[in-house]
Design a protein around this ligand. Structure first.
Ligand code: COA
Length: 497
């Protein structure tokens, strides 16, 4: 039994229940788990750790690739198992614990965690928990629907627990390209010159002696929770497509564009979906997550291939995907997030980075993470890796949130994730502002007139006019710069009555 999944017979004696494997954990440990935007996360150990914590307290520092599925983040947070969490999350219960100050959340560029672990800047991983399709005869771990940081966790951890997921098809073998850069300061360039290149192994090499437990599971990944496109996201997609058509006409790109990156969530997925009605052909993706829209574009033939660190799909698309793996095998590469998001590679390939903002200001600074300037939403994820280093950094957002009570275009963002220096284009359903080569005083009118909701334009114009009275490269009325956020808190709307 399981011979096709545990191909090193000597490891059969490591088979055990999740409850027994949970006894390997000690209070205060640093744990690295697989999982990236709900894909490829460990399914059994999070629940077993919650149970285990009922017997004796367990407060862990939990590192992952990105967010976990199956409510694992929330369940572990509510049980007090997660004391510290990095580098990303997207769970409502964990978010509450973070915002109440009970869980310390380190919101980090997703390319950086592995680098900091390797450099010893972070506490070393004690135990790695990795979901796998199978273990190869030499102990290599074949990941499932994501790679994330698992190669780095497995390399560093004292002990490795492998969750073999029987619901993950064996045909996933061969999708992964595991490449781990060497140590600084003498390492060479990452030898990746095209999005489709493979340069590593198809499994994560681990010395079999370090595999401390093997647990069998069979539940699938949680489906994506991105909502379907709507009129506003369709309009945003049309503005982005018209802009990119202009880039092609101007001779700055050919109709295959540059490799595309698209951020998580409803809006980025919907914009990418909109590319189905575009004239672009032979496009490639070099992204961190593939959502339904990427598979649709592969199916339509407009996308020739896609490279990412995880695949997060709706239930229907997941069904279709896993039953047609042979069709996608040559066209999808799954890499460690350190490589999918690496600044060196993103800069070299000239990525078009498409990410979502919660809000942006009249000069082009972007807040992707902090609601009202204080409360964590999800985290910066890979948006900074791509925005800072891509050829074109595009941020999209609907012009208003909460039925118009919040303007997504504000005088000054209440938290800055992406500075005006890293942002080339901002878009809403009303239009697009191309900020390249523009000074702050030139940016403001363009953003106000093209992107802000018409209800908020008079207020924004008035702010900018008043700010200019005080002079400066980037004019502001400091005492009013955050007054919109304060008004929303006080009166329930940013709109002046
Ligand atoms: N102030 C307060 N809340 C706001 C807001 C603002 N300016 N703008 C949007 N919101 C709220 C929405 O109302 C919605 O709330 P709800 O969940 O209660 O309905 C929520 O934020 C999500 O907004 P939505 O418009 O549905 O966008 P989305 O699903 O595309 O997510 C981000 C947008 C910014 C939260 C998401 O893209 C994210 O976490 N980004 C950071 C990480 C990242 O970019 N990674 C990219 C690399 S993969």
């Amino acid at each position: 039994m399981y011979e096709d999944r545990i191909r090193r017979p000597a490891l059969m004696n490591k088979l055990m229940s999740a409850e027994k494997a949970a006894l390997l954990f000690k209070d205060g440990m640093t744990v690295g788990m697989s999982g990236f935007t709900r894909a490829g996360d460990a399914k059994a150990l999070p629940l077993a750790l919650v149970e285990r914590s009922r017997q004796s307290p367990l407060h862990l520092t939990l590192l992952t690739g990105a967010s976990l599925g199956n409510d694992s983040d929330g369940l572990m947070a509510n049980a007090g198992v997660v004391a510290r969490r990095m580098p990303f999350q997207a769970d409502a219960a964990l978010r509450r614990k973070i915002n109440s100050g009970e869980v310390m959340f380190i919101d980090q560029h997703l390319s950086e965690t592995a680098e900091q672990l390797r450099s010893g800047d972070l506490k070393a991983i004690d135990i790695a928990v990795i979901e796998a399709v199978a273990i190869t005869p030499d102990g290599g771990i074949i990941p499932t629907m994501s790679v994330g940081n698992t190669a780095n966790f497995a390399q560093q951890a004292d002990k490795v627990i492998v969750e073999i997921n029987l619901s993950a098809p064996l045909a996933l073998e061969g999708f992964h390209d595991i490449y781990v850069p060497g140590n600084r300061p003498h390492r060479g360039a990452i030898p990746l010159l095209t999005p489709w290149q493979r340069m590593g192994w198809t499994s994560i090499p681990v010395h079999p002696d370090r595999i401390a437990a093997i647990v069998i599971t069979d539940s699938p990944d949680s489906p994506s929770n991105a909502l379907p496109p709507d009129d506003e996201t369709d309009a945003i997609a049309r503005h982005v497509i018209t802009f990119l058509e202009g880039e092609v006409k101007a001779g700055r790109m050919d109709p295959s564009l540059r490799p595309l990156q698209a951020g998580i969530g409803t809006i980025a997925n919907a914009v990418l979906h909109g590319l189905i009605d575009s004239p672009f052909r032979n496009m490639t993706m070099y992204s961190e997550v593939l959502q339904d829209s990427a598979i649709e574009l592969l199916d339509s033939g407009q996308l020739s291939m896609a490279s990412a660190s995880s695949i997060t799909l709706s239930a229907a698309m997941h069904e279709k995907f896993i039953h047609n793996l042979e069709k996608y095998r040559e066209r999808i590469v799954l890499r460690p997030q350190e490589i999918s998001n690496h600044p060196e590679v993103v800069r070299r390939l000239g990525i078009i980075a498409l990410n979502t903002a919660l809000e942006y200001d009249i000069y082009g600074n972007v807040n992707s993470t902090h609601v009202g300037g204080t409360h964590m939403m999800n985290g910066i994820g890979g948006s900074g890796d791509f925005a800072r280093n891509g050829q074109l950094s595009i941020f999209v957002s609907k012009s208003v949130a909460k039925d118009g009570a919040i303007s997504s275009v504000v005088p000054f963002v209440a938290h800055v994730d992406h500075t005006e220096h890293d942002v080339d284009v901002v878009v809403s359903e009303w239009g697009l502002a191309d900020l390249r080569g523009l000074a702050p005083r030139e940016r403001a009118p363009l953003i106000i007139e093209n992107c802000a909701h018409p209800d908020y334009r008079p207020q924004l114009r008035a702010y900018f006019e008043e700010a200019k009275q005080g002079g400066g490269q980037t004019p502001h009325v400091l005492e009013k710069a955050l007054s919109w956020h304060a008004r929303y808190k006080r009166e329930g709307s940013m709109l002046v009555k």
